[in-house]
Design a protein around this ligand. Structure first.
Ligand SMILES: Nc1ncnc2c1ncn2[C@@H]1O[C@H](COP(=O)(O)OP(=O)(O)OP(=O)(O)O)[C@@H](O)[C@H]1O
Ligand SMILES: [Mg+2]
Length: 252
């Protein structure tokens, strides 16, 4: 059984079928990219999985449990982490404080009295560990709002990782990054994923990022799944090429 198993996912907005009978499965340790032309339904699929949009029909099972109707917070507690397409940090808190909040949110409530020195020390240490891993240790005391855009996105990844997800939903992690920042982020994600069984579902327009990271690629076009396979097979698929070219652009 897969870690995440979506069957027949369907979302209608009035007469528009944004997502039509889509099956997606993600196994532990797997990196799956969800790609497709503009308007294909990628963000909608993401929101249906993360529980932020109500589906019309279909099922979502996560860790062998049907999770329809659970809140985003409940899904996080069950091990589904996500980053948002639009930066979601607290800009007037430091980078460390942002990550520490995420660590604290996972602490068992009764382990320490609230605000105890021990809790603070432990969660600070854990947050610094994650900042070190995304190479932002030296920015720990910078206000998040003052970081470069690329470093804000990396901080968001650290925030998501600090909650120890089994599945990480990454929403265009390199959007708005420079070419160098994008390459650095791909390398960083590769190294983060090397020794873990965390799975990743990635929505990404940058095909260099997709082919650099994904073990498997799912292609959507006008709400339907038109391909699902190994990167080389998907790249060579005439239907996929047609979907991109037919939409008037190669993914930007
Ligand atoms: N809240 C909404 N109300 C009505 N229609 C919507 C809504 N959200 C999305 N849609 C429509 O659903 C379809 C799929 O949109 P979605 O945002 O999932 O596509 P996408 O693949 O993420 O596209 P992009 O690459 O541009 O981000 C589009 O036709 C879009 O206009
Ligand atoms: Mg989108």
């Amino acid at each position: 059984m897969s870690l995440l198993e979506c069957r027949g996912l369907t979302k209608k907005w009035g007469a528009l079928v944004a997502v039509s009978k889509v099956d997606i499965a993600v196994s532990a340790g797997e990196v799956v990219a969800l790609i497709g032309p503009n308007g294909a339904g990628k963000s909608t699929v993401f929101d249906l999985i993360a529980g932020t949009t109500q589906k019309t029909s279909g099922t979502v099972a996560f860790r062998n449990e049907h999770v329809e109707g659970l809140s985003a917070a409940a899904l996080t507690r069950r091990g589904m982490g996500r980053t948002y397409q639009i930066t979601s940090l607290f800009p007037s808190l430091t980078v460390l404080e942002n990550v520490r909040l995420a660590v604290q949110s996972c602490e068992p409530r009764r382990a320490y009295p609230l605000f105890s020195r021990l809790l603070l020390e432990r969660t600070t240490e854990e947050a610094l560990k994650w900042l070190h891993r995304v190479r932002l240790r030296e920015h720990a005391n910078t206000l998040a709002g003052l970081l470069s855009h690329g470093d804000q996105r990396l901080t968001e990844i650290a925030v998501a990782l600090a909650m120890n997800p089994k599945l990480l939903l990454l929403d265009e992690p390199t959007q708005g990054m420079s070419v160098e920042e994008t390459r650095g982020t791909v390398e960083l994600l590769k190294s983060l994923l090397k020794d873990t069984d965390m799975a990743v579902l990635l929505v990404e327009h940058d095909l260099e990022v997709v082919f650099g990271l994904a073990h498997r690629i799912v292609v959507l076009d006008r709400g339907r799944k038109i391909a699902d396979g190994l990167p080389a097979a998907v790249r060579a698929d005439p239907g996929v090429q047609q979907a991109y070219l037919g939409a008037g652009h190669v993914a930007h």
